[in-house]
Design a protein around this ligand. Structure first.
Ligand code: ATP
Ligand code: MG
Length: 298
């Protein structure tokens, strides 16, 4: 067992004072936090995350959480003997997979986050994109090019959706009354059909609809890495395009970085990609001078 020595009182006061200009500047700001399923690693981290979000609300920001749940979905699919398949970071979603996605995201993962935040004294409310007509979606088609020599092919990913419209009234209503919305990335189509939507995509559309000041993308790596595995502290549109083309950005990082860029281009002030498996990543990014992770710029 390690026993941590508490910092001297003057250090504690210094830390609080260092945060004051930020707290003043951010008062009333909406912060959309994408909480990746890959960042939900252990109990202590989940408690830390819940504390961070609760603290933001109490000091006058408006946090809105959109969560993923990739590993949690895979565990249940595995128990059912279904092999998960991905193209360009998107989960191919047939009927049985869609049922699992909706049950796991809207049920276990969403209510788990809600309970953790409420445990910390926050007032969280769980929603899926279906509630209050929050997220309207339509079927997505994925354009996939295996390599530069082969022609692009159009892949039908099943019940994978893209966002056509966000109706943010339900979020405004909850936030104004002191609640913290926790959103599962499932949307409804025009005929009432259910779509599985990449959580980064949902988070960026919600950030844009709310004119959020920050979209924070919490994942399981320190940020975007270059081909040598070095952390890139700032990345722009041109670099993103070439890194996707040469394969040094792949898998789940493709939709994440594309969403980050879309949010920046439509006016979200700052979009950091952070390692959510590091304790209090959100607080350190917002309230200290030390920028962490990768910042996406135009
Ligand atoms: N250049 C890159 N830099 C960093 N990560 C990369 C890069 N290229 C691909 N990746 C992968 O992207 C992953 C992050 O996306 P992923 O979709 O797996 O997680 P998430 O979005 O945080 O969680 P979830 O999808 O469950 O919400 C990293 O774990 C890493 O394996
Ligand atoms: Mg992902």
């Amino acid at each position: 067992m390690t026993i941590e020595t508490p910092p001297p009182n003057s250090t504690v006061a210094d830390i609080l004072i260092e945060a004051l200009p930020y707290i003043r500047k951010f008062s009333g700001m909406t912060v959309v936090v994408k909480y990746g399923g890959h960042a939900m690693v252990d109990e202590q981290l989940k408690i830390d995350f819940a504390r961070d979000i609760t603290l933001l609300k109490f000091i006058g920001l408006n946090p809105v959480v959109v969560h993923g749940g990739g590993p949690q979905i895979n565990r249940v699919l595995d128990q059912m003997g279904i092999q998960p398949q991905f193209v360009r970071g998107m989960r191919l979603t047939d009927g049985p997979t869609m049922d699992v996605v909706e049950m796991v995201l809207g049920g276990k993962v969403n209510k788990g986050i809600v309970a953790q935040i409420n445990q910390q004294g926050g007032r969280a409310v769980g929603l899926s994109g279906k509630d209050g007509g929050l997220i309207e979606a339509r079927k997505m088609h994925i354009v996939h090019q295996a390599d530069a020599a082969s022609p692009p092919e159009i892949i039908d990913p099943g019940m994978v959706g893209e966002v056509t419209r966000v109706n943010p009234q339900i979020i405004h209503t909850l936030s104004e009354k002191g609640f913290i919305p926790i959103i599962a990335p499932v949307g409804a189509g025009r005929e009432g059909e259910t779509y599985n939507i990449n959580a980064d995509l949902v988070a960026s559309h919600i950030a844009m609809a709310l004119s959020a000041g920050r979209l924070m993308l919490l994942t399981d790596v320190d940020g975007v890495m270059d081909a040598k595995g070095q952390l890139i502290s700032s990345i722009d549109a041109a670099a993103i395009r070439s890194m996707i083309a040469d394969g040094s950005i792949s898998g789940g990082m493709i939709p994440k970085i594309e969403c980050a860029l879309a949010a920046i281009e439509s006016g979200v002030e700052k979009v950091p990609i952070l390692n959510g498996t590091r304790r209090h990543a959100i607080l350190l990014e917002l309230f200290t001078d030390r920028g962490i992770g990768t910042e996406v710029t135009e």
